[in-house]
Ligand binder design. Structure first.
Ligand code: GMT
Length: 378
């Protein structure tokens, strides 16, 4: 199949999933065309069958507003005319589903060869934070209804799309996935010693794009409760608007010396592999790809019970879930894990097993292939 994957190149789960899907589809013999403003950060080296098509949005003094939707739709039309796309797969509805719809209309009206089908994958904030904003909701709902096929990364997100946008069409649930050959625990004792300081100190980690939805203030507050019971350090991985907030709270709590941030990292497995617990007290999380990455590296996750996280983590078995404001309970679960090696081992093993049984690329990528095939038959 000839698949055009439309995604954001910035650090974020939807771009990562689209890029990993592109690599996996290319490995399975499909021709994949990534259409984005920049090379997605996990695209890496040359891959046979995978090409990148840049979207350029020229500026003009009259415009105060960047015309991204137009330049993206235009680029999809160009790519489809060049390579005859079978599928335009829009990752993140805003505004990619709309760009897919628009480009399909243009291709249909020009009578130039077969018209590609538009598949939209909903990722989370495109519905729960951005798409449901009254400034966007009508167009987002319309574009989802008009796609030839729609998937959501969790049952929870499917339900939110129906409830918050009034979408009535079928939405298939295809969960996020990892390349399980890459996402596995590989411990560097040297790295662990450098980050933890000594062999007895535990390492608590948080990986995100440091947006308000991630509640990094809660991460630091939970860590403060943990370190009062167990010798520990906090490692912050990623960058975003709330990173300074995390450092400010650490300063106010007098624990700056225990908190280290290493910025955005292309590869998180080495850092996850030397960590003992992952904190994810998000306000909303349609799936929680970062949690899945931690679990694959045998790191138990302590998270808030929101969105799709209960579909990823089984409370008390492969991690811990607590109500969003239950910071004491989240800290207690983390302390229990950090002070009880046998319990830690059991949860870590269960977490890794859960990823390998349900969320590896070789199980999930065929779901997308089957979905494309079904959509092409419509
Ligand atoms: O806001 C973010 O965290 C970024 C966003 C994205 O699309 O890049 O993440 C969403 O999509 C991820 C991939 O499907 C999911 O794993 C995240 O749970 C989801 N984030 C939220 O729902 C907050």
């Amino acid at each position: 199949m000839n698949v055009g994957l439309v995604c954001y190149a910035s650090v974020g789960g939807s771009g990562i999933v689209a890029t990993e899907l592109g690599k996996a589809l290319a490995t399975r013999g499909h021709q994949v065309h990534i259409i984005s403003t920049d090379m997605p950060f996990r695209l890496g080296d040359f891959h046979e069958g995978l090409s990148f098509h840049q979207v350029l949005t020229p500026t003009y003094p009259l415009f105060r507003e960047p015309q991204y939707l137009l330049s993206l739709a235009n680029r999809i039309v160009q790519v489809s005319r060049e390579v005859s796309l079978d599928i335009i797969h829009a990752h993140y509805a805003v505004p990619h589903a709309t760009a897919g719809f628009l480009s399909r209309q243009v291709l249909a009206s020009s009578g130039f060869g077969p018209v590609p089908k538009v598949v939209t994958t909903l990722h989370g904030t495109d519905i729960t934070l951005v798409g449901n904003d009254p400034s966007y909701s009508e167009i987002v709902a319309f574009s989802i209804e008009q796609s030839d096929g729609v998937t959501a990364v969790s049952e929870s997100l499917r339900a939110s799309t129906q409830a918050e946008l009034g979408v009535t069409r079928d939405i298939a649930v295809i969960p996020n996935f990892l390349d399980c050959a890459v996402h596995r625990r590989v411990v560097s004792p040297e790295l662990r010693r450098r980050l933890a300081g000594d062999d007895d100190t535990k390492l608590v980690i948080h990986v995100s794009n440091f947006r308000p939805v991630k509640r990094v203030d809660a991460v630091v507050q939970i860590f403060d409760r943990i370190r009062k019971k167990v010798g520990a350090r906090l490692l912050l991985v990623g960058d975003g608007p709330d990173l300074p907030t995390a450092h400010r709270i650490a300063r106010e709590l007098g624990i700056s010396h225990l908190v280290r941030s290493v910025g955005a990292q292309e590869e998180v497995q080495p850092l996850l592999s030397v960590s003992d617990v992952f904190l994810l007290p998000s306000a909303q999380e349609s799936f929680g790809l970062a949690a899945l990455e931690a679990m694959a590296c045998e790191v138990p996750v302590v998270a808030s019970r929101v969105g799709g996280l209960p579909e990823v983590i089984e409370h008390g078995v492969s991690g811990f879930l607590h109500p969003i404001d239950a910071l004491d309970d989240m800290a207690a679960s983390a302390v229990d894990l950090l002070s009880n090696p046998e319990r830690h081992r059991q949860v870590a093993q269960a977490a890794c097993r859960r990823v390998r049984e349900h969320f590896c690329a070789d199980r999930v990528v065929p779901m997308y292939e089957e979905f494309y095939t079904a959509v092409l038959r419509t």
